[in-house]
Write a protein that binds this ligand. Structure first.
Ligand code: UT7
Length: 328
């Protein structure tokens, strides 16, 4: 049976670090509020020049090195991003030309913070159907460019970063590599998190700029409750549909939007803190990149060993959410 495994990972965050104390100088907030309400202490911010593709290319090159494969072995490049370089061409096309993956098809996936899990599901199914065998998946976000730095409700939350994963098909048993992915959406809640300006519902005008429509808008409080419910449910489904219990999980890698959301999900699932990988303190919410960034870091820190059961759960604008269960 054809299975799918991760054969390389890599990540990149911009050099510039913005601490909570730096943000105290920009808006009416405090390090104490940000830390206790979100778990964040600092985040990385892209330079004016850096585009989503610049971060993505650096992460991709690190994942290529980690996997030991050559760029021309890649059949498909997927970039999960809500902050692409342009409407078109896709950011994936810019990555393709830079890394020299001459044979690959390339496209972007838009599922906001759930983008990595969505793209993982797409990659898994392309590989299992035998259409492609080697997929480079990168989540890359530069939300700092779309944040209203005068809005304390959102500007403290987001950071920039990218992380890449290389996936490959192999013959194995049902319980090797990616065991399952589940993805969901509920567009009735689209108004809880969105960026309208520049899209066809709101082409750029002087008025759209004056009304700050080119910045991310979020109803954090409503999202908070739905995120806990949906992430808990999708985690339970990932396990029950494959005959596992929460005690079988070696490491939970949740989307890092708020430490309090992660704690509440952990409480619902009854999973001990030491089995959860959390790095929100250093990076903030890097949207689609949080999960692969955490995966890369967990691997480099030796937190994941061969045979471990990894559960990933994501949640984001759309609304979108999903899970991936992986036997390492
Ligand atoms: O990535 C995927 C999607 N994102 C999420 O799922 C994010 C989900 N939401 C959240 O993480 C939280 O709702 C936030 C961190 C955004 C906000 O935390 P909260 O505990 O829900 O705070 P709140 O919005 O209910 O605001 C509580 C108070 C308000 O003051 P009043 O009205 O009670 O006087 C806010 O004005 O905190 C105030 N506040 C702040 N104070 C200092 C909001 N932001 C700040 C701030 N600094 N940065």
């Amino acid at each position: 049976m054809k299975r799918v495994k991760i054969i390389g990972t890599g990540s990149y965050v911009p050099e510039k670090v913005l601490t909570n104390f730096d943000i105290e100088k920009i808006v009416d907030t405090s390090d104490e509020w940000i830390r206790t309400r979100t778990g964040m202490s600092e985040r990385h911010i892209a330079s004016d020049r850096d585009k989503a593709s610049d971060l993505a290319i650096k992460a991709a090159n690190r994942a290529l090195k980690d996997s030991g494969i050559a760029p021309d072995e890649i059949d498909l490049i997927l970039v999960a991003t809500a902050t692409p370089d342009m409407f078109f061409p896709s950011t994936a096309c810019f990555v393709q030309s830079s890394i020299g993956a001459g044979r690959s098809a390339s496209f972007d996936i838009s599922a906001a913070c759930s983008g990595y899990i969505y793209a993982l599901s797409v990659a898994e199914n392309y590989i299992k159907s035998d259409k492609y065998n080697t997929v480079l998946l990168i989540a890359s976000e530069v939300f700092s460019k779309y944040i209203d730095w005068g809005d304390r409700n959102t500007c403290v939350l987001f950071g920039d970063g990218a992380a890449a994963t290389i996936l490959r098909g192999f013959k194995g048993s049902r319980m090797d590599g990616i065991i399952s992915t589940h993805i969901y959406s509920d567009g009735r809640y689209a108004n809880l998190l969105y960026l309208r300006g520049g899209g066809s519902s709101c082409p750029p005008t002087h008025e759209s700029i004056n009304h700050k429509l080119h910045f991310l808008k979020m109803k954090g409080n409503s999202l908070f409750k739905i995120a806990i419910k949906n992430m808990s449910e999708v985690a339970r489904e990932a396990l029950s549909s494959n005959g596992y219990k929460i005690s079988d999980v070696d490491i939970l890698i949740p989307h890092q939007a708020n430490k309090r959301i992660i704690d509440a999900v952990a409480e619902n699932l009854k999973i001990p803190q030491e089995k959860i990988f959390i790095n929100i303190e250093k990076y903030g919410n890097t949207s689609a990149a949080t999960i692969p960034l955490a995966l890369d870091e967990a691997l480099k820190e030796g937190r994941i060993k061969k045979g471990d059961l990894i559960l990933m759960v994501a949640f984001g604008g759309g609304l979108t959410w999903g899970s991936a269960l992986i036997r390492w």
